[in-house]
Design a binder for this molecule. Sequence first.
Ligand code: ZN
Length: 611
Amino acid sequence: MSQQEASSVFPPVWNNTHIYPSVDSAEFGSAMVSLKAGIETLSQACKYFDAPQGAHSDAAELIGELLQNASDAKATLSNLYTFVSSLTSVNSCDESAHEIIAQLSSLEAKLEQAEKPLVLFLLRAPEDVISKLLLVDKIQPFTYEISHGRKNSDQMLSQDQESMLSGLAVDGLHSWGRLYDKIEGQLRCTIDSTEMGVADAANLLMKPDPQVRKSAWMAIQKAWGGQAETSAAVLNALNGWRLEESRWRSHTRDCHYLDTSCHQSHIDRQTLDTLMDSAYQCRDIGHRALGVMAKSYRQAKLNPWDVLVPAPVLHHEEQTTIPFTDALNLIAAAFSAFDPEMGDFALMMGEKGWIDARPSENRGGGAYCDEFSVPREPRVFMTYDGNLSNVLTLAHEIGHAWHSWVMRDMHIAVCDYPMTLAETASIFAETLVLDALWEKCENDHDRFHIAWEDAHSAATFLNNIPARFEMERSLVEQRKDSELSVSALRSLTADAWNKWYGDTMDGADEYYWASKGHFSISSLGFYNYPYLFGYLFSLGIYAKKDKYGDDFVQLYRDILRDTGRLSAEDLIQKHFNEDIRKPKFWLDSISVVESGVKRFENLADRILDKR
Ligand SMILES: [Zn+2]
């Protein structure tokens, strides 16, 4: 099938019926039953490790088998989660799907409790015992997982305490996250007498008409303002829980919240500190971008509702909408020019119904890529509205999907890559598309639109994302002393904006902590810096494209395939012999950002004065 034919047949909605026909189907029901049975069997078998440690060093066969059984149960669980989440994403009011998510959350805790004796044994066993075990074939796929976990073995609690914590978290910690998701999905706002969900309203923030953006932002503020006490309670509960948990885990060595986050991100604390310092040192590059963006709209500064502002429609241009199929073909062509299989893959995602992008009522916000484990198939969710930013989001998510696709033959235990490295693949894909679009530009106006995206990214990653990090860090620090009031949250948001934006914005988005769901994800804190990490990490890798020539395509795939079995430091050391704990790697990437902003400034000089 040619690209053109393919594009005319795929509708941008999911087809997941071959995974399970529905949540009421016999297939879904039997997957639930076998998962429960698997957890029960695992729980009984793992009791073997309840006894003192020394007796188990010769139990290699059993350990290998149980690790595999636990891995299989996790695969089934993740399949069920992905399927049910696909329903709530499209319709956040799907009550039965929400009920199943709560059941799955409880099963997840049971699974965690079931394997706990084995996990604790592997974390605490002496090094010589572990080295021998890791030589066993069945255990080898779990090498990184075990070694990585052992770095924090001195912060583990007793088996009973760990089990109790997992059990209590279901209706404690995670119920707060579920509450936030429900509020976000159901929250309505009114713009020019039209009622809509906040996700739809957020899409209006990307419109070129300043009045539309302002009205949308005001309406979103009003909606979240009405939920401020509840949203503050969510943040207080999540962070209070995490701090108390850290306090318990600090029995031998201080368990700092950022160390916990770095461990989850598979990076060193020194790397995070260097990354944030480098961004702070270069924050003016983002300010320069924001200055030109404001000037393009004949404003002295951008307003809080302009954070997602697109390039202005200049008087002689028509605002163009890019049909979904054109967007997908464009992305596929850009990917193909780099790696033909990557381009075919993008088209296949459309043809097979692996993308859901059609607006729907009560649709969840944002965009994401998820994956079914059996069979290994990725899925992309977004709301497609036809603007350039949507095209890049689509490229971003398909970039994630390609990452999991190139790893589909690998053991699932080495495919659990952290968000820091996940964002590398997505931003790499975006960069491919932006470069392809740049090449196609016929005049400075076209180039200005593409350069706008570079400028926008510079401000997002060097100012906005770090401000989110700063805000969350202040929130956690203040939470150590007491719960935070709504006004305290607003004020620390304003302080964080001030630190990173300087005086380049006319005011801060003081309800950002409520309207941005990232701060209310129960499973992990500090969700935002991995975007900055991925952006600069990806640009750093992309910049080496020409140096490696034809070998780069394979090298890039090799890097992706190593993301679940190496730390970020080891990954770059292995493939490029560079140390990301040192500023040089990051400053080199930031110089790529700077040249993009410079290009934007030059174009603006050429065209804005001629308006
Ligand atoms: Zn992403």
